[in-house]
Ligand binder design. Structure first.
Ligand code: CAA
Length: 380
């Protein structure tokens, strides 16, 4: 067993950290305040190869592994969790299912464009009345001679409105419930597709989250992803990896808050000495650092298992559960270390705390992760 990163993984960490600190961090607070997505950041990530990290070069990727991918999401999230989830949703939720289930033509057309970063991807599963119970979706896709006609709506779509293509799950055979779900690649300029309400959120405010609407939206038959009726399985398998991307985002947020708290604890003096020299604060930092490291190890392990083609669904659910809860705890404690200053926008820790909350909610709430984990334990 070897816990050292490879030279390539170290190189990617250094490259993404430099990029994040120079290009992303300076405007993170301002974009959060203004709820502003900056497409030029995505284009710069594309120029570095980040938008296609784990895909083979034949599909426009850079042929690195999933550990490199989670390191990239972690490093981006360490300064800006919105940028972290933009990349995570693009890679895990939109590109991965095409890589795994797409035809050669779909890969050459869509995966390549996503990998090269000329298109942004998104994923649409959730609906107003089907969140945790994903199989209860209502959006339909009716087969006609020249395509499938989609009607319905999806909500809480990460990259909504800025994405160029969406992986959409809809009922082709409603009477079969989850076995009647199929997956489609829908381009944003398809007639009948529109973007609805943009959410105003507590955190990850520079990552757009919107509703998307299908009104007699006709999708060509060749854009069905996988086989008819295979959509629910594709949705679930996609989330298996997506959840580890969110774990990486959570690790990055927590690390960013921990770094800020350590710096502050070294310089802030009360009762004649640095607050970090006082055990109440020092022990807090020790607990925070331990939980961040445990989260990182779970996350890297799940990514490594995926790269090694070992089962990773259980490990992904565990990493998202533990890292999400850790991010919430560590960021809350970081605000506490800063005291009154931490509660203001003069320091980044309040943003980290607001951003952390979503990691316990999206890509399956942490209660759903407990359900997934316990089901696997009890059926093995
Ligand atoms: N891999 C492969 N197949 C899977 C699977 C997996 N991980 N999980 C379930 N399945 C299969 C089952 O084997 C079963 O197949 P058969 O019918 O052939 O036996 C089928 O799917 C149904 O499984 P369940 O009976 O377990 O399904 P369920 O309806 O009870 O739901 C659930 C299970 C785990 C609760 C699921 O609904 C779920 O994950 N819910 C949470 C949804 C979620 O995570 N939403 C996030 C939205 S995306 C998002 O948040 C994106 C973003 O903004 C960034």
């Amino acid at each position: 067993m070897n816990f050292l990163l490879t030279d390539e993984q170290e190189m990617i960490r250094k490259m993404v950290r430099d990029f994040a600190e120079k290009e992303i961090a300076p405007t993170a607070a301002e974009r959060d305040e203004e709820e502003r997505f900056d497409r030029s950041h995505f284009e710069k990530m594309a120029a570095l190869g980040l938008t296609g990290i784990p895909w083979p070069e034949e599909y426009g990727g850079i042929g690195a592994d999933y550990v490199s991918y989670v390191i990239a999401v972690e490093e981006l999230s360490r300064v800006c969790a919105s940028t972290g989830v933009t990349l995570s949703a693009h890679l895990s939720l939109a590109s991965w299912p095409i890589y795994k289930f797409g035809t050669e033509e779909q890969k050459q057309t869509y995966l390549r464009a996503l990998a090269e970063g000329t298109k942004i991807g998104a994923y649409g599963l959730t609906e107003p009345s089907s969140g945790s119970d994903a199989a209860a979706m209502k959006t339909t896709a009716v087969e006609e001679e020249d395509g499938y006609v989609l009607n319905g709506s999806k909500i809480f779509i990460t990259n909504g409105g800025v994405a160029d293509l969406y992986i959409i799950f809809a009922l082709t055979d409603p009477e079969l419930r989850h076995k009647g779900v199929s997956a489609f690649i829908v381009e944003a300029d398809t007639p009948g597709f529109s973007v609805g309400k943009k959410e105003k959120k507590l955190g990850i405010r520079s990552s757009p989250t919107t509703e998307i609407i299908f009104e007699n939206c006709r999708v060509p038959k060749k854009n069905m992803l996988g086989a008819r009726g295979e959509g629910f399985k594709i949705a679930m398998m996609t989330l298996d990896g997506g959840r580890n991307g969110i774990a990486a985002q959570a690790v990055g947020i927590a690390q960013g808050a921990l770094d800020a708290a350590i710096d502050y604890a070294k310089t802030r003096k009360q009762f004649g000495k640095a607050i970090g020299q006082q055990q109440g604060v020092a022990f807090k930092l020790a607990d925070m650092a331990t939980k961040v490291e445990a989260s990182r190890l779970l996350t890297y392990q799940a990514a490594w298992r995926e790269s090694e083609q070992l089962p990773y669904g259980l490990e992904s659910a565990m990493s998202k559960l533990f890292a999400g809860d850790t991010a919430m705890e560590v960021t809350t404690e970081a605000v506490q270390v800063f005291g009154g200053y931490g509660y203001t926008k003069d320091y980044p820790v309040e943003r980290f705390m607001r951003d952390a909350k979503i990691t316990q909610i999206y890509e399956g709430t942490n209660e759903i992760q407990r359900l997934v984990i316990s089901k696997m334990l009890l059926t093995e």
